[in-house]
Structures are given as structure tokens and as C-alpha cells.
Design a protein around this ligand. Structure first.
Ligand SMILES: C/C(=C\CNc1ncnc2c1ncn2[C@@H]1O[C@H](COP(=O)(O)O)[C@@H](O)[C@H]1O)CO
Length: 279
């Protein structure tokens, strides 16, 4: 005992196992025990361990007994697994959703804001047209669209994002997923909706809007209507896109057609239905 005689040599290791057990041949990964039950020799795949080199601990013991430093949970390799799990959870929860439209808009829209009533109506009408409704699951315009969808008896989805301040899924969400990572969440919006309806909003709404516009412009998504509801709110942005961005050659004339600006909910819903029926 105590000396290192192990090595990676199946043949000699096997013959050793035979001699130490009175002629019995042991397959790989099999341990040789002495009469008092002590493992004196063990194969781990191609590796032979003998005497003091035999690992006595099992993988389960290591897993359950480990009390080492925990800083590795904040490292990128571990993060990759968490990111992966967000995609797995998202795909798993939404794969069988059916046709759906995402509704975006300000988290700050108050219940007495006309945009809130508009959000509720849009949620309800999308359900009547056969769509599930997906929102960011938060307050304001998101809550309004979820409420409209839920009250119309449809499927009301909320893809929430972890934020530095406490907030949860609004109570009108029937299928809710909490994401840590914006990019995983954004993939779900685009992958599981056939179009976007965008109510007045701030930076978060712009982010979602311009991501979708870019995906259509670059051909990453096709037959994907994007409707901005609220002409008085959005016309300044559209004018700037035309008069400054287009005029300066930073976009092409057809790029302006990627979005439709309207106050007419019939038109907004009809564009979503057309896109679904064409696909
Ligand atoms: C500001 C407050 C809560 C924020 N909570 C949010 N929950 C879920 N999703 C959110 C939240 N804030 C932004 N989003 C996403 O961006 C869009 C709205 O952003 P905006 O800047 O308010 O326009 C929205 O569509 C969400 O997907 C407390 O009131």
C-alpha cells in the first residue's frame, strides 16, 4: 500500500485483477474488494487505480457533500447554462401556442389613459380574430392588452423581465415566463408572434419596435406586420424617419413601408389576419 503502481494499461490491469481474485475476470469499472470489503483496485474507464490511488468517494457524494467556494455560479460558463435554460423554458412553454400577436407599449400607461382602453380593446379583438396575445407581462399598456385578451377568453401571455426594482407579472397573464436576459425574451416575442402592435411607449417600446423593424428590413423575418397605433403619438417619429433618416440616405424608401401608423383598430387587426392567412 502507499506506492503508485497504477496506469493506463487494460491488459496488465486485467490480469492483475484475475490474480488478486483467484481467477475471476473483472470487466472495466469493476472494483476488486478484499475480504473485509475494502476496494484495493478499481477501473475507471481506461484508468486503473490501486491501493491508495483508489478513489473512495462516489460522484453523488462529491455532489452532495461539496462545500467549496460558490463564486463559480457567477462565471460565464455557468451563465451560458442559465441562458440556455431560458431558451429551453421559453420554447417549451410557447411551442404549442398557435397564432399570436405581441402588443407593446409603455409600462407607465395609467388605467385612465385612453391608451389603456385601446390596449384592452386590442387584446380582446385579437382574441376574437383567433390570436393569442403576448406582452411583456408588466404594468400599463402590457396589462391592458393582457386584460383584454383574458376577458375575451383568449390566451394571455406575459414574457416578464427581471428588473432591478421589484415588479411581477400582471394578474391578467395566464401563461407567464420570467426572463433574466433581455435577448432570450426578445427571441420569444419574435419567434412566437406573427406581428406586432405597438401602443405609445418609451425606450423599452422603441427597443422592441426597432428590433422588429431591423429584422424585417434585413429579411430575417417575413410577412410580419408592425402597426403603430396612435397617429398623434407616432407621427413625429415617422416624420423624422422620412425627413431626416430617409433624406440623409440612412434608410431606403421601402423601409418606411415596414410600419403602418393608424388609429383604426379594424385596419390593425386586418393586417395581422392577412399576414397569418398568407403564411
Ligand atoms: C416602469 C415600471 C415597470 C417596468 N416593468 C416592465 N415589465 C415588463 N416589461 C417591461 C417593463 N418595462 C419595460 N418593459 C418592456 O419594454 C416595453 C415598455 O417600455 P417603456 O419604456 O415603458 O415603453 C414593454 O413593451 C416591455 O416589453 C414601473 O411602472
Amino acid at each position: 500500500m502507499g506506492c503508485f503502481t497504477g496506469g493506463v494499461d487494460h491488459k496488465s490491469a486485467e490480469s492483475d485483477a484475475v490474480s488478486s481474485q483467484g481467477g475471476a475476470v473483472h470487466s472495466q469499472d469493476e472494483a476488486v474488494r478484499s475480504e473485509d470489503g475494502v476496494v484495493s483496485s478499481k477501473y475507471k474507464g481506461p484508468l486503473l487505480q490501486r491501493r491508495s490511488q483508489v478513489e473512495r468517494e462516489t460522484a453523488d457524494q462529491r455532489l452532495l457533500d461539496e462545500r467549496g467556494p460558490a463564486d463559480w455560479v457567477h462565471g460565464d460558463p455557468w451563465r451560458v447554462l442559465r441562458i440556455q435554460s431560458e431558451f429551453v423554458e421559453g420554447f417549451g412553454a410557447l411551442a404549442e401556442l398557435g397564432p399570436a400577436i405581441a402588443v407593446f407599449g409603455s409600462a407607465r400607461t395609467k388605467v385612465d389613459d385612453p391608451a389603456y382602453a385601446l390596449g384592452e380593446e386590442i387584446g380582446g379583438r385579437l382574441v376574437e380574430a383567433g390570436f393569442a396575445v403576448i406582452t411583456g407581462g408588466g404594468p400599463g399598456a402590457m396589462e391592458a392588452a393582457n386584460k383584454g385578451a383574458c376577458q375575451a377568453g383568449g390566451v394571455s401571455v406575459g414574457l416578464n423581465i427581471e428588473l432591478p426594482f421589484e415588479q411581477g407579472l400582471n394578474s391578467w397573464v395566464d401563461i407567464g415566463i420570467n426572463f433574466r436576459y433581455f435577448f432570450a425574451r426578445k427571441t420569444m416575442f419574435v419567434k412566437y408572434s406573427q406581428g406586432f402592435i405597438v401602443l405609445p411607449g418609451g425606450f423599452g417600446t422603441f427597443d422592441e419596435l426597432f428590433e422588429a423593424i431591423t429584422l424585417v428590413q434585413t429579411g430575417k423575418i417575413t410577412r410580419f406586420p408592425i402597426v403603430l397605433v396612435g397617429t398623434s403619438y407616432w407621427s413625429g417619429l415617422v416624420d423624422w424617419l422620412r425627413e431626416t433618416v430617409l433624406a440623409d440616405g440612412k434608410i431606403s424608401p421601402p423601409d418606411l413601408d415596414i410600419v403602418t401608423v393608424t388609429d383604426d383598430l379594424d385596419e390593425a387587426i386586418a393586417l395581422m389576419v392577412q399576414a397569418r392567412d398568407a403564411s
